[in-house]
Design a protein around this ligand. Sequence first.
Ligand code: HSE
Length: 298
Amino acid sequence: NQIHIFSPATVANVSCGFDVLGFCLDTIGDEMIIRKTPQKGICISKIEGYDLPFETENNVAGVSALALYNDANPDFGFEIEIYKKIKPGSGIGSSSASAAGSVFAMNELLGKPYNKTQLTNFAMKGEALASKCEHADNLAPALFGGFTLVKSLAPLQVLQLPTPKDLYAVVIHPQIEIKTSESRAILPQEIPLKNAITQWSNVGSFVHALHTEDYNLLSDSLNDVIAEPYRCQLIPYFDDVKQRALKHGALGSGISGSGPSIFSLCKGLDSAEKVKTAIQNVYSQTSIDFEIHLSKIN
Ligand code: HSE
């Protein structure tokens, strides 16, 4: 009657795929315990780790849980405990982990009536509370795993992409907070055709590179001319971290989601370890605290 889950952090955008590409990190995530209760409705009974609202309608896990609950309409309720490990505003899908976790767990307790796309749809309601708009590029990899591409939102279509077997991610998180809504607000609403062409050529070739395990092409495709030029100014030492990562062998490096975390993709564990050491030296020499994570992408 209860389930204890790990809900992973995720990297959205992956440079070239603003709002559509994402991948899952399996070394960092939230934990949640969800149990059935005789009284109907959704109740958040415990939140540890960060100070977040307990009212169901003001909590992303609560809002996504309610979306599923109202659809399923069971004759019992659910109680949610959240052990938050992913710092809100970190750019590694903190709100998505909460939103995806509650619906994933409830679906298990209900006997899995919903598929992953339906769960992503419910979770988007919670995500929208945090980022003030519906997007699924963190939710999809949290629920499907590996790399995903959100083909469309209405109707929601998620494509699962293959992961080359030797691909690792290093994610560095300077301890400042950037709200997704603010990081979206600084983006222009229109883009020059020249930039659009560059971006869709990169996202197409990135997907091809995943399918063919072509690490050179993957590296060439990891560029962002849409969001990074505007958002990079919000992240202290972004250029230093990126240049250092590339110099030490990363395939590519960019802003994770809406920042401030910065991801680097690497071929092989040795390369990832070198990149990790090189980029942590950037923040070690400043007064900015940071966390760093290394994950194999599965
Ligand atoms: N695609 C979203 C953005 C992800 O970049 O705003 C937010 O984590």
